[in-house]
Design a protein around this ligand. Structure first.
Ligand code: NAD
Length: 465
């Protein structure tokens, strides 16, 4: 299966690379993964030695550090990690984040181990990565992915710090850390927030929306979400609470929750956290992937790769799919959906919010100061002077709501959100322009990949290659 994933990513690359002029041989150089490591290490647990297998692939070092998440899952394999590392190279290029692409994984079911055991395993894994330069603020910066989160990143950062006691930038060795341990406000929800911003950007382009046959605006759009983990939960929460969308289906392990009037995402998440699955929640039906074929306006696959294949693509009814997960649609399914006129907002762009805010976190760690700290008071004084002046000249008092808005100043969270929204909007503009201007660019996936390849080529170009 994971081989199919790698093939799918390579196929998208091949198709888009065809449209980009480049020096002879560069097509292959940019395509290949530069290096992949498999580490096997033992941890003594429960009175026995347990051997674990971890992976870290570096796809491209045209920018350093290289960047990409680490996942804990029993689906992890070398091919999967290489496919994800390749996606990272182009994702970073697309959203203009100056990192190369990397990805890692540990073959493990986190649910099989206690928190203490997971900490020991994660610390040992970090030692293995550190020995090989596969975790470092200047060379390779992991982040959370499927099965990992703030907790694992905090353990990794702490272990790296212990191993590198005189490294002043040690906290920048991973991103996605808790705020109290060098993290940044807004990182946890960044990928889901990015999905929301991507959909808002799409609906702000009426000509693109017309291609789906959907009515304008996100309000009242019926949405199917697969996976209520970090990415799916935040995307579904923001879209339902802030944009008035209706989440009609949530597919989780073992079944699906259905409610045509809209699922309460917070309540369902509480249930999942308490019970470990969606069973027993109102509207739960035992089911599998066939629920992706239900009638709705938008589908958000946010769980894993290869869920829409040639076997079910023909039955998909949603006219718009946004790939919150990496690689949920195979190359074959992509062609089938394209022929049916389904519009797909590709993973390369759709889930780039995570790496964008990771970039902000890395900068924060290197600069050793919270965003906004130097400017906040100065901005207050500056805007106070303007408001006082306006009041004096006009003899009227400044409206309270505007005063509050002007004087509240920028916090780390507001700065992160505005930086993320700006990044997602700018990238959407680039993709939409490319998609609509060039008849050879048949869809947004090709547009996004073409732009990303052009940027990587131009980075090689500046070295005279
Ligand atoms: P997660 O582990 O937090 O969540 C995954 C969710 O999917 C879980 O709730 C799990 O129960 C559910 N799930 C697993 N198998 C399923 C199945 N067969 N059917 C339905 N649901 C299933 O992972 P995440 O961090 O949210 O990542 C999800 C996807 O988003 C992955 O493809 C990941 O690479 C991608 N992604 C994540 C980030 C990030 O910042 N976390 C960034 C970019 C891309």
């Amino acid at each position: 299966m994971s081989n199919d994933f790698l093939k799918s990513v390579e196929e998208v690359y091949d198709r888009a690379a065809n449209l980009v002029p480049m020096a002879p041989g560069l097509v292959e150089k940019i395509k290949v993964t530069n290096s992949s490591y498999i580490v096997r290490f033992g941890v003594r647990l429960r009175g026995a030695m347990h051997t674990f297998t971890g992976y870290r692939s570096v796809h491209s070092e045209h920018f350093e550090p290289v960047k990409g998440g680490i996942r804990y899952s029993l689906d992890v394999s070398l091919e999967e990690v290489e496919a994800l590392a390749m996606l990272m190279t182009f994702k970073c290029a697309l959203v203009e984040v100056p990192f190369g692409g990397s990805k890692g994984g540990l073959y493990i079911n986190p649910l099989d181990w206690t928190e203490q055991e997971l900490e020991r395993i994660t610390r040992r894994f970090t030692q293995e990565l550190s020995k090989r330069g596969l975790i470092s603020p200047s060379q390779n910066v992991p982040a959370p992915d499927m099965g990992t989160g703030e907790r694992e990143m905090a353990w990794m950062a702490d272990e790296y710090r212990r191993l590198n006691t005189i490294e002043i930038n040690a906290w920048a060795c991973v991103t996605g850390k808790p705020v109290g341990k060098g993290g940044i406000q807004g990182r946890v929800e960044a990928t889901g927030r990015g999905v929301q911003y991507a959909l808002r950007a799409f609906f702000d382009h009426p000509d693109d929306v017309k291609k789906t046959g959907l009515a304008p605006g996100l309000k009242d759009k019926r949405i199917i979400v697969q996976g209520l983990g970090n990415v799916g939960y935040h995307a579904a929460l923001f879209l339902s609470e802030e944009d008035g969308a209706i989440i009609t289906h949530v597919l989780e392990r073992g079944g699906c929750v259905v409610n045509p009037d809209g699922i309460n995402i917070r309540a369902l998440k509480d249930h999942l956290n308490t019970h470990g699955n969606a069973e027993g929640y109102e509207g739960f039906v035992e089911s599998g992937l066939e629920m992706l074929e239900e009638d709705a306006d938008i589908m958000i696959p946010a769980a894993m790769e290869l869920v829409i294949t040639k076997d079910n693509a023909g039955q998909i009814k949603t006219p718009l799919i946004i790939e919150a997960a990496n690689g949920p649609i195979t190359a074959e399914a992509d062609s089938i959906l394209n022929q049916k006129g389904v519009v797909i907002i590709p993973d390369l762009y759709a889930n780039a919010g995570g790496v964008t805010v990771s970039y902000f976190e890395w900068i924060k760690n290197l600069s050793h100061i919270r965003f906004g700290r130097m400017q906040r008071r100065e901005n207050f004084d500056h805007f106070s002077a303007i408001i006082n002046g306006v009041e004096m000249i006009t003899g009227k008092s400044f409206p309270d709501n505007y005063r509050q808005q002007a004087l509240s100043g920028s916090t780390e969270l507001t700065l992160v959100r505005s930086g993320l929204e700006d990044t997602m909007r700018k990238a959407y503009e680039d993709i939409s322009k490319e998609w609509n201007a060039n008849p050879e660019v048949i869809d947004m996936r090709m547009a996004a990949m073409k732009i990303a390849i052009e940027r990587v080529v131009s980075s090689y170009g500046s070295l005279g290659i």
